[in-house]
Design a binder for this molecule. Structure first.
Ligand SMILES: *[C@@H]1O[C@H](CO)[C@@H](O)[C@H](O)[C@H]1NC(C)=O
Length: 279
């Protein structure tokens, strides 16, 4: 619960800071505040229900409840991945084509990118639905081994043999994980090669400081997500799966705002301005 409150407050603070300071109305910070919004949705999908379940010692969830939780989990989780890729693209344009940055990242382009993220998340959800609706037995209540109804729990309920199940999970994970990851790798490959070409060390320093926070989040999010995905495809120990899922569903949204606000001068300045206006 304290982690949940911390995540809510931290992410709300980022949204508030970005929206209240007109210096921060640039694509990078608007995407960041979108990311915070998605993070709030992501953590709210699982944690409040877990807190209630712990109090009531409840380990079952209704079929409809399970599908709803899975849908929200996929939409927010996928938006999170895609937004990280869009933010990497934004950094790539800012560093490799600084003169055209205003033109390329105009407000309508940003809107289209966001819409694209959302549509891709819907496609991923549709894929899961096609599989999940083949439920061979539609019970009203479902007992889940993990602490929430994620995509892999729903897949386990569809009574495939374990090999088909693993192959399905692997394919979906690779398909929807690989798309944003390859975008991020491409952007950073371009960024690094442009840094190598520039000779001034102050330019390099500046580039590293703007990319550092984004890269930390990318490593945190993908590191834990890939860890969860592949350990859960290989092992069937519910306990280790649950521990890995906590890392990725709770810890990342909590740390996101802190990584950004502690390392970023613009956010810190804007935050100080809000504080001095308030008191
Ligand atoms: C999300 O991004 C869009 C486009 O950049 C921006 O117009 C919108 O204000 C952002 N939303 C939030 C909550 O910051």
């Amino acid at each position: 619960m304290s982690m949940y409150i911390l995540a809510l407050l931290g992410n709300l603070l980022i949204i508030l800071t970005v929206s209240s300071d007109s210096h921060l109305h640039t694509p990078m910070y608007l995407f960041l505040s979108n990311l915070s919004m998605v993070d709030i949705g992501f953590i709210s999908t699982t944690v409040p229900r877990v807190i209630v379940d712990i109090q009531t010692h409840c380990t079952v969830i209704s079929y409809v409840g399970c599908l709803t939780q899975m849908s929200l989990f996929i939409i927010f989780g996928c938006m999170d991945d895609m937004l990280l890729a869009v933010m990497a693209y934004d950094r790539f344009v800012a560093i490799c084509h600084p003169l055209y940055y205003q033109v390329i990242m105009n407000p309508s382009r940003c809107g289209v990118l966001l819409l694209g993220c959302f549509l891709l998340s819907l496609v991923e959800l549709l894929f899961h639905y096609v599989v999940a609706l083949n439920f061979s037995n539609c019970e009203d209540y479902i007992e889940i081994s993990n602490f929430f109804c994620g995509p892999s729990e729903v897949l386990k309920l569809v009574y495939f043999d374990t090999v088909t199940n693993s192959i399905l999970r692997f394919t979906m994970g690779t398909l929807f994980g690989l798309l944003p990851i390859s975008g991020i790798i491409f952007s950073y490959y371009k960024i690094v090669s442009s840094i190598m070409r520039s000779s001034s060390s102050s330019g390099k320093q500046k580039t590293f400081s703007t990319c550092g926070s984004h890269l930390s989040i990318v490593f945190l999010f993908y590191g834990t997500a890939i860890g969860v995905y592949f350990t859960s495809s290989l092992s069937y120990s519910p306990r280790s799966n649950a521990v890995a899922s906590v890392m990725y569903t709770v810890v990342t949204p909590v740390l996101n705002p802190f990584i950004y606000s502690l390392r970023n001068k613009d956010i810190k300045t804007a935050f100080r301005k809000i504080l001095s206006r308030a008191f």
